[in-house]
Design a protein around this ligand. Structure first.
Ligand SMILES: NC(=O)C1=CN([C@@H]2O[C@H](COP(=O)(O)OP(=O)(O)OC[C@H]3O[C@@H](n4cnc5c(N)ncnc54)[C@H](O)[C@@H]3O)[C@@H](O)[C@H]2O)C=CC1
Ligand SMILES: O=C(O)[C@@H]1CCC=N1
Length: 268
């Protein structure tokens, strides 16, 4: 499936997704609206305009992908209402519910609310998505094509779940990178030079991620495979798996609850 795409906002996520669409040949033609002008590294055949008013009059998008910050959506959205009724709107904005887009674009607008993540930049993202009732089978397929060009896709039935998705997988890469930072810091505290500690932490997380991806074993089993009885891992996990507020399960449960609550606040 090759479609006319209008990307609104070509920052970190929009840019990552655009790269995936180019690689997958998902776009017949593409126009990008980006106030900062030509983003670095953009393929030469992608037309960039700095304002919606400069979109070529004859351009008929099959999909309008909304990739601006949630706080910018009120300002950006009205210019695209003219495509409601003909194009699919695919929003990746945190927090903004389908009802918000229906209110601004009109009840006939076909909308998919999706939440991708930054591993999309290397084709290894995961998105969860939910359509409104106006999304037809072809448009659902188009949304799937656009999201699967940059990773896995999971459809959810209940839109309310997207807030938790945002806090788990949307924000999740940040937790993993923080883990790398924290592991490196722990290595330094245990006596390693900083550059070696970071090299070890980074390769350990990247390698563990790849092992997790390729293995048929559960995360729990992969953890057990590292943990020798009365060994070093067990000693370290006794700290991480302690009951109460200092344990990792507890910390991440609270972190994901905070992210979910913030996503709900962004609904506007
Ligand atoms: N960064 C992430 O990990 C993820 C971000 N998202 C969502 O993606 C959206 C974009 O986030 P990022 O790419 O991180 O932000 P970003 O700041 O890197 O990109 C947003 C882009 O929108 C542009 N922009 C601002 N006003 C505009 C307008 N009126 N018309 C067109 N473009 C406009 C900005 O110049 C900027 O390049 C947000 O809604 C965010 O919630 C979703 C999943 C993950
Ligand atoms: O921090 C945020 O609000 C966005 C949404 C998920 C990841 N980044």
């Amino acid at each position: 499936m090759s479609a006319n795409l209008l990307l609104v906002g070509c920052g970190k996520m929009g840019g990552a997704m655009l790269a995936g669409w180019k690689a997958a040949g998902a776009a017949a033609a593409m126009v990008v609206v980006e106030p900062h002008g030509q983003p670095r590294g953009l393929p030469a055949d992608v037309q960039v305009v700095t304002d919606a008013a400069a979109i070529p009059a004859g351009f008929r998008p099959d999909a309008v992908i909304l990739a601006v910050k949630p706080q910018m959506m009120d300002q950006a959205l009205p210019a695209y209402a003219r495509y409601a009724g003909s194009a699919l709107f695919l929003s990746i904005a945190a927090g903004k519910p389908i009802e918000y887009f229906e209110r601004h674009l009109g009840p006939e607008a076909a909308i998919v609310r999706a939440m991708p993540n930054t591993p999309a930049a290397v084709g290894r993202g995961i998105s969860a998505a939910v359509p409104n009732a106006r999304v037809g089978e072809d448009q659902r397929q188009l949304a799937r094509t656009l999201l699967s060009a940059v990773g896995e896709v999971a459809w959810v039935d209940d839109e309310a779940q997207i807030d938790a998705v945002t806090a788990l997988s949307g924000s999740g890469p940040a937790y993993v990178f923080l883990l790398v930072e924290a592991m490196a810091r722990g290595g330094v505290a245990a006596g390693l030079p900083a550059d070696l500690a970071m090299q070890l932490a980074r390769a350990t997380v990247a390698g563990s991620g790849e092992l997790l991806r390729q293995s048929h074993e559960s995360a729990e089993q992969l953890r057990r495979n590292v943990t020798s009885p009365k060994g070093t891992t067990e000693a370290a996990l006794d700290v991480l798996m302690q009951e109460g507020p200092g344990g990792l399960h507890n910390l991440l449960t609270r972190a994901i609850a905070a992210g979910t609550a913030r996503s709900r606040e962004l609904a506007g």
